[in-house]
Design a protein around this ligand. Structure first.
Ligand SMILES: NC(=O)c1ccc[n+]([C@@H]2O[C@H](COP(=O)([O-])OP(=O)(O)OC[C@H]3O[C@@H](n4cnc5c(N)ncnc54)[C@H](O)[C@@H]3O)[C@@H](O)[C@H]2O)c1
Length: 250
């Protein structure tokens, strides 16, 4: 395979593509010649990302909690060869300080929205006998999280969902993989440590083997690989992009 063409001409959608990791994924896929649609509620930021990339990047504005709007926007802008479920929200609080409303919102955006996207994109992928589902989980999904129990549960669920989609769709030439970021320097991380400041940042760096925060581009590079034609023999995998956090020792 010509590596330069591993993504050329493929049609991709990226949820949460207006900021942080999602924006880096959009830029990377577009740089490699994919046509990309950003699905995000932040129209201004999404348009800025799209304009900087050029005409191959378009924007669909929605709240991912609205599955009807999601279905209709996917029907209008699809079909897609690649779906990246990246949008996520976090809440830093001990479990006993969270409410049922908090749980519902965290599960809805971090887990159920990925169900809804996958349901909407799979029929065309199955028909075309090609597809790449890429789910952005978190190391919290396999390690747990002090101050993020429901977030970690949602991300753990996403890992199991990804494997199940891989099992059910291999016969159609569709792969599904999870990418698990560690501490990545994005607006979401800065918001999560709000109040903890420099001390918390240092603790996060110290939790990695490489002793640094990751960049959104670190994550985008891994996504570009599993989303590519080249990765046709990689499915059901769970790849940490976390500076070795999974094996780091205190
Ligand atoms: N930053 C980290 O350290 C880190 C670590 C582990 C996992 N992750 C995961 O990576 C993904 C991206 O995180 P990020 O740090 O880039 O976050 P971010 O906050 O910078 O960006 C998230 C994007 O999702 C969009 N979004 C959120 N809720 C939405 C909704 N209801 N409808 C439509 N759009 C919505 C936001 O508008 C934003 O553009 C998330 O799934 C997050 O859980 C991030």
């Amino acid at each position: 395979m010509d590596v330069a063409n591993r993504l050329r001409g493929l049609r991709a959608m990226v949820t949460g593509g207006a900021s942080g990791i999602g924006a880096a994924i959009v830029r990377r896929l577009a740089e490699e010649g994919a046509h990309v649609v950003i699905f995000d509620r932040n129209e201004t930021a999404a348009r800025e990302v799209a304009e900087a990339c050029g005409p191959d990047v378009r924007v669909a504005v929605l709240d991912l909690a609205d599955f009807e709007a999601l279905d209709s926007l996917i029907a209008q802008t699809g079909p897609f060869d690649i779906a990246v479920n990246n949008a996520g929200i976090d809440q830093h609080a001990f479990f006993t300080d969270t409410t049922e409303a908090d749980w519902r919102r965290l599960l809805l955006i971090n887990l159920e929205a990925a169900f809804a996207v996958t349901r909407a994109v799979l029929p065309a992928m199955q028909k075309g006998r090609f597809g790449r589902i890429v789910n952005i989980g978190s190391e919290a999904g396999r390690m747990g999280s002090r101050g993020g129990a429901v977030y970690a549960a949602a991300k753990g669920g996403l890992i199991a969902f990804t494997k199940s989609i891989a099992l059910e769709n291999a016969r159609y030439g569709i792969t599904a993989n999870s990418i698990l970021p560690g501490p990545i320097d994005t607006p979401l991380l800065r918001e999560a440590i709000n109040g903890g400041g420099e001390k918390l940042l240092k603790a996060m760096e110290g939790a990695t083997l490489l002793r640094r925060l990751g960049t959104a581009e670190d994550v985008a590079a891994a996504v570009a690989f599993v989303a590519s034609r080249e990765a046709g023999y990689v499915t059901g995998e769970t790849l940490g992009v976390s500076g070795g956090m999974g094996i780091a020792q205190a």
